[in-house]
Design a binder for this molecule. Structure first.
Ligand SMILES: Nc1ncnc2c1ncn2[C@@H]1O[C@H](COP(=O)(O)OP(=O)(O)O)[C@@H](O)[C@H]1O
Ligand SMILES: [Mg+2]
Length: 402
C-alpha cells in the first residue's frame, strides 16, 4: 500500500510518527507538501502534479492541513477524492470543522450539548444578545482561530463590545460570542477519535489563571479515563462532522460534556506523550480497514441518470410507518429498499424485514425518485399562531452541512 501524508512539515512530530507507523507496517509512505501540488482539472481525468511531475497513484491520503492553508490544502485533497484515493478525512468535513460557527450550526441539530453561541453583524445586536445568554462573562472568539489565539474572556458587556469593535472593525475579522462555561474552570478534555472509537483521552489544565487550556498556551495534560457519556459525545461529534480522525474538545459542564470544537488535524505529540497510546498506529490500522471503501457520493452516482435516488424519511407518531415492521410498511412492494435505520446515535444497517420502525427513527431509503417524493413527510403548513418550534428528533441531517 502507498500512503501519502499531506503535510507542510516533514519534521513535525505528527508527520514523522505517521510516516514511521506506516513504514513499520511495511507500507510505502511519502510526505507531500500540499503547496507543491498543482491541480489539473480536465474532463474525465482529474490529475495532480507534484513539483511538476505527474503524481503516481496512492491508495490513501492522510491530510494534515494547517489552518493557514485550508483553502488550497482542501482543494488538493478534493482532487485526490476525484481520483478515487481514500482520504482519511474528507475535504468537505475539514472545511466545515475549520469554521467554528459553521461547525456549531451543523452540530446544533443533534443531541450534543454546545455552548450557546451568537454571531452578529451590528453593534446594536451585541448587548441584547449577551443579555439573552444570561449576561457576562462571555467568551469572544475568532471564527477561524486556533491554538487558543483569538479566544478572549470578557467580564462585562462593555469589554465584549470593545473587543468586538477592535476585531471586527478595521481588521474586519469575524467574531463569535459564546456563553462562558464557568464550571469547567480552565480545564477541558481532548478525546482523540479514530474510526468509531476514542483511542486516547487527556484532560488539559490551563496554566495560571488563564481560562484557555490549550497546550500551546502553556496548559498541562494528564491521561484521563473517559466515561461512556463523554466517549459517546466525542464519537458522535466526529461522525456528524464526517471525520474519521478527530480531536474532539469537550468541556466538563455541570450536566455532562459540552462540545467545544472538533479538530480535523489534531496534533499527536501532546496526546501520545500524555497517554502512551500509539495513535499513529491506530490511524494506519484504520486505513487498512477502510481503504477498500472510499467515499462515494451515492446521490451523484445513482440519481442523475437512473431515476433512482436516496432519501431520508423521519418517522414520528403520525407517520404511516410508525409501529410497523419493514415488511408491513409495504415499502418493498413499492420498490423501496430501507438501507439503514438511524435510531438516536445508533445506525442499524440492512434492517431485516421483521424489524419494527419506531417514532424518532430516520429511514435511509433507496428507490425511484418519484416514489420517494411521495414518501417524504409533508411540509408543515404555516399556522397563524406562532408556536415555539419543537425540536424534531427525526430531522437529522444526512451528512455534515449537507
Ligand atoms: N465558552 C467557553 N467556556 C469556557 N471555556 C472556554 C470556552 N470557549 C473556549 N474556552 C477555553 O478556551 C480554549 C480554546 O478555545 P477553542 O474554542 O477551542 O479555540 P481554539 O480553536 O483556538 O483552540 C478551550 O480549550 C477552553 O479551555
Ligand atoms: Mg481548541
Amino acid at each position: 500500500m502507498r500512503i501519502a501524508i499531506l503535510s507542510r512539515g516533514p519534521k513535525l512530530y505528527s508527520t514523522r510518527r505517521l510516516k514511521e507507523a506506516a513504514e513499520t507496517r511495511g507500507y510505502e509512505a511519502r510526505v507531500l507538501n500540499p503547496l507543491s501540488c498543482s491541480i489539473e482539472v480536465a474532463q474525465g481525468s482529474p490529475l495532480l502534479y507534484y513539483k511538476n511531475k505527474k503524481l503516481s497513484p496512492y491508495d490513501a491520503v492522510i491530510p494534515r492541513i494547517g489552518a493557514s492553508i485550508t483553502f488550497f490544502g482542501t482543494a488538493v485533497l478534493r482532487q485526490f477524492e476525484q481520483m478515487g484515493t481514500f482520504c482519511v478525512n474528507p475535504s468537505h468535513s475539514i472545511t466545515v470543522s475549520r469554521d467554528k460557527l459553521r461547525a456549531l450550526q451543523v452540530l446544533s441539530r443533534h443531541r450534543i450539548r454546545i455552548p450557546t453561541t451568537l454571531f452578529v453583524r451590528h453593534k446594536s445586536e451585541i448587548l441584547p444578545g449577551i443579555a439573552r445568554m444570561g449576561g457576562p462573562p462571555v467568551v469572544v472568539k475568532l471564527l477561524e482561530g486556533t491554538q487558543g489565539i483569538g479566544v478572549i474572556l470578557a467580564d462585562s458587556t462593555k469589554v465584549a463590545e470593545a473587543i468586538i469593535e477592535t476585531l471586527a472593525g478595521p481588521a474586519k475579522m469575524s467574531v463569535l460570542l459564546q456563553k462562558f462555561v464557568a464550571e469547567s474552570r480552565g480545564r477541558d478534555i481532548r478525546a482523540f477519535v479514530v474510526g468509531n472509537r476514542v483511542v486516547a483521552a487527556m484532560r488539559r489544565t490551563a496554566s495560571g489563571d488563564d481560562f484557555r487550556s490549550n497546550i500551546h498556551r502553556g496548559g498541562s495534560a494528564e491521561v484521563v479515563e473517559l466515561d461512556e457519556e463523554y466517549q459517546r459525545a466525542a464519537v458522535h461529534a466526529a461522525q456528524i462532522m464526517g471525520l474519521r480522525v478527530a480531536g474532539v474538545d469537550l468541556l466538563e459542564g455541570k450536566n455532562g460534556p459540552v462540545l467545544m470544537e472538533v479538530n480535523s488535524s489534531p496534533g499527536l505529540e501532546g496526546i501520545e506523550s500524555a497517554t502512551g497510546v500509539d495513535i499513529a498506529g491506530e490511524i494506519i490500522s484504520l486505513i487498512e480497514d477502510e481503504v477498500l471503501f472510499p467515499d462515494i457520493d451515492i446521490r451523484q452516482r445513482l440519481t442523475l441518470q437512473s431515476g433512482y435516488g436516496v432519501i431520508e424519511i423521519p418517522v414520528d407518531e403520525r407517520s404511516e410507518f410508525c409501529g410497523k415492521t419493514i415488511r408491513d410498511s409495504k415499502l418493498r412492494e413499492r420498490d423501496v429498499l430501507v438501507l439503514t435505520i438511524q435510531r438516536e446515535s445508533v445506525t442499524i444497517p440492512n434492517p431485516r424485514v421483521d424489524r419494527e420502525i419506531l417514532a424518532g427513527d430516520v429511514l435511509l431509503c433507496f428507490g425511484k425518485t418519484l416514489t420517494l417524493k411521495g414518501l417524504a413527510p409533508p411540509r408543515r403548513a404555516k399556522t397563524k399562531k406562532r408556536r415555539k418550534a419543537a425540536p424534531n428528533p427525526g430531522a437529522d441531517e444526512p451528512g455534515p452541512d449537507a
